[in-house]
Ligand binder design. Structure first.
Ligand SMILES: Nc1ncnc2c1ncn2[C@@H]1O[C@H](COP(=O)(O)OP(=O)(O)OP(=O)(O)O)[C@@H](O)[C@H]1O
Ligand SMILES: [Mg+2]
Length: 335
């Protein structure tokens, strides 16, 4: 049996997880609440919070898994993409541990890990499959042909869909991160109450900056006429915006599935927690005879279990990094 400790510190979640032979034994996540006061992640504060959280989070992950440091066979960390200062904390901590315990070090790509979260469950997708990776910083349609073999078919040319959720929430005076709140409010709203146009973008790419601007103008115009417009229509606005954002995603996903003749479809990343997206994936799977894979909520937003499961496959391939490994804020998928 081999056991790996994995650390995730790419953004505003400090997380540690222990995996033994592909089975997740613990997944501890410390969310940094400090950013709520600023309406978004403040990189410098994220680094400091990681520095403070990392020792107790790792300790808890080991305790929950009921193992000692001496039982570890490797240490893994998120190498990129993400905030450089935040990545450095996890990177340096993992290096220190690997050096002290004299065990290998494994660097994991965060966006590949979001996709690899699908290999945590017993029921794993078969290759090839398409993964719609939707998070705070990325929106991609990825063709996955094997473990560690990824091809980006399309991606956003400007904002990520999670950003569109969060920025809309800000316009509606909802606290950060607003994505989950829009989802919650939308449950009591009419998704056809307001219509927002779908942008025309070639191939399998996405654009979310235009819709963000049209929502801004829509709110400004209506608030001039009625200062209580937002509070009186909050549920309908949330439902309509959510419907539009998910529609943009689904149109491109369906197009890619058709063109590449793929019937196994997965979603990953923080926005994969969205209830409208989950509902639409299930509906389209019935219509198109897709086999769909939706991760548990715990494995959608940032977590170290997805780093751990990625590290498990890398360990089997002896895919290690050296102690001079440095984080890469813009690390591309498949590199
Ligand atoms: N239920 C939900 N509905 C819509 N958006 C959601 C929901 N839950 C989380 N999100 C969004 O998911 C995003 C966070 O996801 P995640 O933690 O994967 O992103 P990130 O790590 O910041 O970005 P990346 O993984 O691209 O580096 C935020 O934008 C958040 O608003
Ligand atoms: Mg993420």
């Amino acid at each position: 049996m081999h056991t790996i400790l994995a650390i995730e510190s790419s953004c505003d979640e400090t997380s540690a997880s222990v995996v033994s032979d592909g089975k997740i034994r613990s997944n501890i996540i410390a969310t940094q609440d400090i950013h709520k006061q600023y309406g978004g992640v403040v990189p410098e504060l994220a680094s400091r919070a990681h520095e403070k959280n990392i020792v107790p989070v790792v300790q808890q992950a080991l305790e929950k898994a009921n193992i000692t440091k001496q039982q570890l066979d490797a240490v893994a960390f998120t190498q990129g993409p993400g905030l450089l200062g935040a990545l450095l904390i996890g990177n340096c901590f993992a290096k220190g541990m690997a050096m002290a315990l004299n065990i290998p070090l494994i660097g994991v790509n965060h966006m590949e890990a979001h996709i690899n979260a699908h290999f945590i469950a017993e029921n794993k997708p078969e290759f090839p499959f398409l993964c719609l990776t939707v998070s705070g910083g990325h929106t991609q349609i990825v063709l996955v042909t094997d473990f560690g073999k990824f091809e980006i078919l399309g991606e956003t040319i400007d904002d990520a869909v999670g950003e569109a959720f969060d920025k809309t929430a800000k316009l509606l005076n909802l606290p950060y991160p607003g994505g989950p709140l829009i989802d919650k409010m939308a449950k009591n709203g009419n998704s056809k109450a307001f219509i927002f146009s779908i942008p025309e973008v070639p191939d399998f790419n996405f654009s979310f900056s235009g819709i963000k601007t049209s929502i801004l103008y829509f709110i400004q115009k209506n608030t001039v006429q009625n200062p209580d417009f937002i509070s009186e229509n909050l549920a309908d606005i949330c439902a309509s915006v959510q419907f539009t954002l998910v529609e943009i995603l689904m149109r491109k996903l369906k197009k890619a599935a058709k063109q590449f003749h793929i019937k196994t479809i997965a979603i990953a990343g923080g926005v994969a927690a969205n209830s409208e997206l989950r509902k639409r994936i299930i509906e389209e799977s019935e219509k198109n005879d897709w086999k769909y894979f939706i991760p548990d909520f715990e494995y959608c937003t940032d977590n170290a279990a997805m780093i751990a499961i990625s590290a498990y496959y890398k360990y089997n391939n002896k895919d290690f990094v050296w102690l001079d490994a440095v984080p890469n804020a813009r690390m591309a998928i498949g590199t």
